[in-house]
Design a protein around this ligand. Structure first.
Ligand SMILES: *[C@@H]1O[C@H](CO)[C@@H](O)[C@H](O)[C@H]1NC(C)=O
Ligand SMILES: *[C@@H]1O[C@H](CO)[C@@H](O)[C@H](O)[C@H]1NC(C)=O
Length: 395
């Protein structure tokens, strides 16, 4: 009895010991529990269908059955403010459950959205997904759960096809993106982990690219522990643009440490490295050459380009013609002045020559035909006037 009791106690202790770390371990992107160590505490992080991935465009497969994803309620404001918080890993906005997603095999309900970013400014990484090995500067994820199969997020999160995440690649450029200021303006209120603030509701649709019809689709996972392989990924082909100043703010304003902690840690480089694709296929809703609808800007650029090309060509042709004329004149003068047989003579004597010389073989042919008809030896001799000999030979 004693040994059995001890055995049960040991098993219970084991369970406790095994269960505790996974739930409580504070993972990070680098350091002691950095992304290369995640799998020691969260076994699914070593799975074979992990996210993010590098999308190699030549190895994707066009799937004409992929219909555009349709955001539901993304342009409505509702009556309540949004909740923005710093969870120590990212900035998260909780989304109202009347927001959703159509166009997948099931209906999905919005849960939250969050961002991933780098630390080195533009062109120094920050996105999770990469396209042909190239990173964007940041990435927005809008997370939904399968509300046809499951009753809430916690029920769906670990199930196959449980979640649908929209991935939006963010790059930097000249212009400020006012939509992102709806988030960026309030980051100063949640600088430390666990801080939370209510912010005015805004149109989530304005954060997304214009073209939702062209995207990559694959089966993957959460990009953070516990890395559940439950996500149907939709990564949009079109990227959105923010300004350098906006990226700088995102990269430098938040801490991963809590307000009370003495050592402040900047919340930066919160992106996971691309994971092996393994057996998976990445599908595209578009083909490389089709559906490239030109924007008015692109049309203008092409028209201007063609016009510049034509003007350039005209200038070059004019220059060549002028140069030839110049040398011809120069040569004629040289010939007049110096009427010896220099190598320059070849040029002018050739110039008037081609016309009659080109005609000679034709005339010879005509003459031969006439000869054949008339069977007169005179026809062959008189090359200059082939029509004359037959008349002469008639009598
Ligand atoms: C999710 O749904 C399950 C089953 O309906 C329920 O037991 C659980 O309490 C719900 N969780 C939350 C967070 O609402
Ligand atoms: C994802 O996996 C399911 C099987 O659960 C499969 O039917 C579906 O085609 C896969 N989707 C993609 C995009 O690979």
């Amino acid at each position: 009895m004693d040994s059995l009791g001890l055995f049960i106690l040991l098993i219970l202790l084991c369970f406790q010991w095994r269960a505790a770390p996974a739930a409580d371990v504070s993972w990070t992107y680098t350091g002691l529990v950095g992304q290369t160590e995640w799998a020691q505490y969260f076994p699914e992080c070593a799975g074979t269908s992990q996210s993010p991935i590098d999308v190699v465009s030549t190895q994707t497969k066009y799937d004409p059955s992929l219909t555009p994803v349709t955001p539901l309620g993304y342009s409505q404001l509702g009556h309540r403010p949004f909740t923005l918080s710093n969870n120590g890993h990212t900035a998260v906005i909780e989304l109202p459950d009347w927001m959703g997603l159509e166009g997948l095999p099931w209906l999905f309900t919005a849960v939250q959205m969050h961002l991933h970013w780098g630390s080195g400014g533009p062109s120094h990484g920050g996105s999770e997904h990469t396209i042909n090995g190239l990173s964007a500067d940041a990435e927005l994820h809008v997370v939904h759960y399968n509300s046809e199969l499951y009753s809430n997020m916690s029920e769906a999160v670990a199930q196959r096809n449980g979640l649908a995440v929209l991935g939006i690649l963010i790059v930097t450029g000249e212009k400020t993106n006012p939509a992102f200021n709806n988030i960026l303006h309030y980051l100063s209120r949640i600088r430390h982990a666990d801080q939370k603030v209510y912010i005015p509701a805004f149109e989530i649709r304005s954060l997304l690219p214009k073209d939702l019809g062209r995207f990559y689709r694959y089966n993957g996972s959460l990009t953070t522990p516990p890395c559940y392989q439950s996500v149907i990924w939709t990564l949009f082909h079109e990227r959105v643009q923010i300004s350098n100043a906006q990226l700088l703010k995102l990269e430098t304003i938040l801490y991963s440490s809590k307000a009370g902690e003495t050592e402040r840690m900047l919340l930066q480089d919160n992106y996971r490295a691309p994971q092996p694709l393994n057996h998976r296929l990445v599908f595209t809703s578009f083909t490389a050459d089709s559906g490239k609808e030109l924007s008015s800007g692109e049309v203008t650029a092409i028209v201007i380009g063609v016009m510049c090309g034509c003007v350039g060509l005209a200038v070059i042709v004019r220059f060549i013609v002028k140069t030839i004329r110049f040398f011809t004149l120069l040569h004629r003068e040289t010939v007049v002045v110096n009427s010896s047989t220099s190598s320059w003579d070849v040029l002018p004597s050739n110039r008037p020559a081609p016309m009659p010389r080109m005609k000679e073989p034709e005339k010879a042919k005509e003459a031969k035909q006439d000869v054949a008809l008339s069977t007169s030896p005179a026809g062959a001799q008189k090359e200059e006037a082939p029509s004359v000999p037959p008349a002469q030979t008639e009598p």
